[in-house]
Design a protein around this ligand. Structure first.
Ligand code: CO
Length: 172
């Protein structure tokens, strides 16, 4: 089921999410709804808090370029209660967010991350990555901490964003 995505400056997005304790049917339907919601908007990732659920659950689905950006459900990485083990290097990437629609800006992130997490059945996984997934997991993890990528911008860029955002939303 497609759910409503909370948009900046909705205060719920600032909430710190709590660990998932039950890997039950309710969690599974939450993750299914997150996939439906994310793929309907062609997003690359979504955290539960973005649909108003303050749980440490996020999904990532990197579109397949060779298939016109297809995002088959089986390619979804479901990440529950993630923890970073090791982060190194730095890289810059133009990020966007379904909670800040239509705005894109360069953000600095670690280039390589090693993190552990649980899947929907409660099995533990360890991933070490230096590709796009490394950027995506850092962006989505920030949502669990109540942070948006616009908070990582320089003061000048942030001011520019606020101005643009105000202007755009007053037109509606
Ligand atoms: Co986001």
């Amino acid at each position: 089921m497609i759910r409503e995505i909370l948009v900046y400056p909705n205060k719920t997005l600032k909430k710190k999410s709590l660990p998932v304790e039950k890997f039950d049917k309710e969690l599974h339907s939450l993750l299914d709804d997150m996939y439906d919601t994310m793929s309907a908007k062609n997003g690359v990732g979504l955290a539960a808090i973005q649909i108003g659920v303050p749980l440490r659950a996020l999904i990532i689905n990197i579109p397949i370029e060779e298939q016109d950006g297809a995002q088959p459900k089986e390619n979804t990485i479901e990440v529950i209660n993630p923890e970073f083990i090791e982060c190194s290097g730095s890289t810059k990437f133009q990020e966007g967010c379904l909670s800040v629609p239509g705005f894109y800006e360069d953000v600095s992130r670690y280039a390589q991350v090693k993190f552990k997490y649980y899947d929907r059945y409660g099995n533990e996984h360890l991933t070490d990555t230096n590709d796009f997934l490394a950027i995506a997991i850092q962006h989505e993890y920030d949502h669990l901490e109540g942070k948006l990528f616009i908070e990582k911008l320089s003061i000048l860029k942030r001011k520019k964003f606020e101005k643009e955002w105000k202007k755009r939303n007053s037109k509606k």
